[in-house]
Design a protein around this ligand. Structure first.
Ligand code: ADP
Ligand code: MG
Length: 316
């Protein structure tokens, strides 16, 4: 969907990003991660031409982005950022309708779209006529995402969208984004410096440092086969095991032939990280597992968390 070929950008003689080669696949949730100043925002802004690249080639749906009128390009890409940029004197509904208004949709179609997006983002209809300052930070951020999605963009670009939120609200919005991605199947590119956020959201990770791509791949590939010490350090040696557990489900480590009764079952689709918490809370060695319908389907042994494939990959 979006390809970078040897793309570089310099600000006042200092390279911000150098020789980027990237391929953002259609429908994938890609997370750009790296420390502050590593070039993540510059990379994102080159896609919608808020920043113009100096050299190399960027293609969007097969077309060189410079061959497209910049307004058309931006209308095909939603953009959501941390500071939100909601218009303070516009209501929630007016803010969400920004792009449809520009595109001169009918009033009826705009109203229907606003209702639909508010429902999708979990915003109460009663908030429709409120102004941004009358909303919580989390609600403002939801409006920002709704606005970015309003005109059905092919791509959603998000720059640290949840950076300013408290951990609980942040976690709720992350869950919301995963759900929205599943429902809409839209191509999403999100920038963050938060490792847990990245692992939670990404189908694909791009790790950047000093304006270069250090490694890209699925979270599992990067955690289990880090390209170098920088990658290992970045994801934290000590916490690697726990982070890996968050990528695996109970279903992948359970023993299906065994059954055990007693106690509330773990669910097959839970992450092993959540299962670990359950073992710790309940102080036991074995827990029953149920499928999505609540039917018993096997057991999970605490030992298998530590000695299974997961632990072997950490050692490797
Ligand atoms: P990140 O989003 O990973 O924190 P950025 O892409 O914002 O990093 O910045 C990468 C580098 O480019 C930094 O050294 C930053 O200071 C510099 N930079 C970014 N935008 C500008 C700008 N508009 N003018 C000058 N330097 C910039
Ligand atoms: Mg940034």
């Amino acid at each position: 969907m979006i390809e970078f070929h040897d793309v570089s950008k310099t600000f006042a003689g200092r390279p911000a990003v150098s020789h980027l080669n990237l391929h953002f696949e259609e429908g994938a949730f890609t997370v750009l991660i790296g420390t502050s100043g590593s070039g993540k925002s510059t990379t994102l802004k080159m896609i919608n031409r808020l920043v113009e690249h100096d050299s190399g080639l960027i293609r969007f749906a097969g077309e060189e982005i410079r061959s497209l009128p910049v307004l058309e390009l931006r209308r095909r890409m939603g953009y959501a950022i941390q500071s939100i940029g909601l218009f303070p004197h516009w209501t929630v509904a007016q803010n969400i309708a920004t792009v449809p208004q520009l595109e001169k949709w009918s009033r009826q179609k705009i109203n229907a779209r606003v209702d639909e997006l508010m429902a999708l983002l979990g915003l109460e209809p009663a908030l429709r006529e409120r102004y941004p300052h009358q909303l919580s930070g989390g609600q403002q951020q939801r409006v920002g995402v709704a606005r970015a999605l309003a005109a059905n963009p092919q791509v959603l670009l998000m720059d640290e969208p949840f950076g300013a939120l408290d951990p609980v609200t942040r976690s709720a919005l992350q869950a919301e984004m995963t759900r929205i991605h599943r429902i809409l199947g839209r191509t999403i590119i999100l920038v963050t410096h938060d490792i847990d956020e990245a692992l939670r959201l990404a189908d694909r990770l791009v790790l950047m440092d000093s304006g270069e791509v250090i490694q890209q791949g699925t979270p599992l590939e990067i955690l289990t086969r880090p390209a170098n010490d920088f990658v290992r350090e970045f994801f934290g040696r000590g916490e690697l095991g726990v982070r890996l557990l968050s990528l695996r489900t109970v279903g992948e480590a359970m023993r299906r032939q065994e059954t055990q009764t007693g106690g509330e079952p773990l669910l097959e689709h839970m992450s092993l990280r959540d299962a670990l918490s359950a073992f710790v809370a309940r102080q036991c060695e074995v827990l029953p597992v149920a499928d999505a319908q609540g039917k018993s389907c096997g057991t999970l042994h605490f030992r298998d968390l530590l000695e299974g494939e997961v632990a072997r990959e950490v050692d490797a």
